[in-house]
Design a protein around this ligand. Sequence first.
Ligand code: CTP
Ligand code: MG
Length: 233
Amino acid sequence: QNVAVILPAAGSGRRFGQDENKLFARLAGHPIWLVAAERLRAHRRVARIVMPISDQDRPRFEGEFGSQVDTLGIELACGGAERTDSVRAGVERVADDTAVQLIAIHDAARPLVRNADLDAVFAKADQTGAAILATPVTATVKQSLDAGASCRTVDRSTLWLAQTPQVFALDVLQRAYAKHRGRPATDDAELVGRIGVQVALVPGSPDNLKITHPNDLIVAEAILKTQHESNHA
Ligand code: CTP
Ligand code: MG
């Protein structure tokens, strides 16, 4: 057990459009964040789970969900305004843990990650120091430089969609965050790339979708059923 997980949960779920954080919405009766946390906790290599949350949500995580947080051994941390601020709080929490070899950052909004995909991305990060799950782009992608008046097709054979977990040697991620000075980044692999470290892509599964809009939850319910039937989770 030498993987520390950071499970950022400190967003507000603006695009999901409810009054509360989307992570409290139910997937087969359980809050999205809890389904995600249980999957990570079930992996044999996971030693710690640090979950950055917002000040606003803290009373619910400590009250309504306090027993689940305790049972899973989740350490709550203070998230920030941007996702990178939340991840940074998690990195600081595990920074001096000498038992940690890898840090895996996983969106609490991705509840359906498969155990076999965790195996694969952890193994790749053992070898390379930086690896992320991703899926090949299947759509035909158009680029337009004139607001849609004309377009060209982008060669999709080189394109991948980044997922999480994004997994790094502890020192790699610490160096990336030490250098990060606020220039926006949409994922942690981008920050790691900026310090000159190559990030390997590990083919994952479309099951590992991120819940962004309410429709994603409908799709996730269907995927969860197929995972139960094939016992592939
Ligand atoms: N997150 C976080 N801290 C932030 C912003 C996001 O920990 N300041 C977390 C979210 O809680 C989520 C993950 O990062 O688990 C991915 O972010 P996203 O899907 O964009 O969630 P939200 O930011 O909550 O949603 P939206 O962008 O629609 O507001
Ligand atoms: Mg967001």
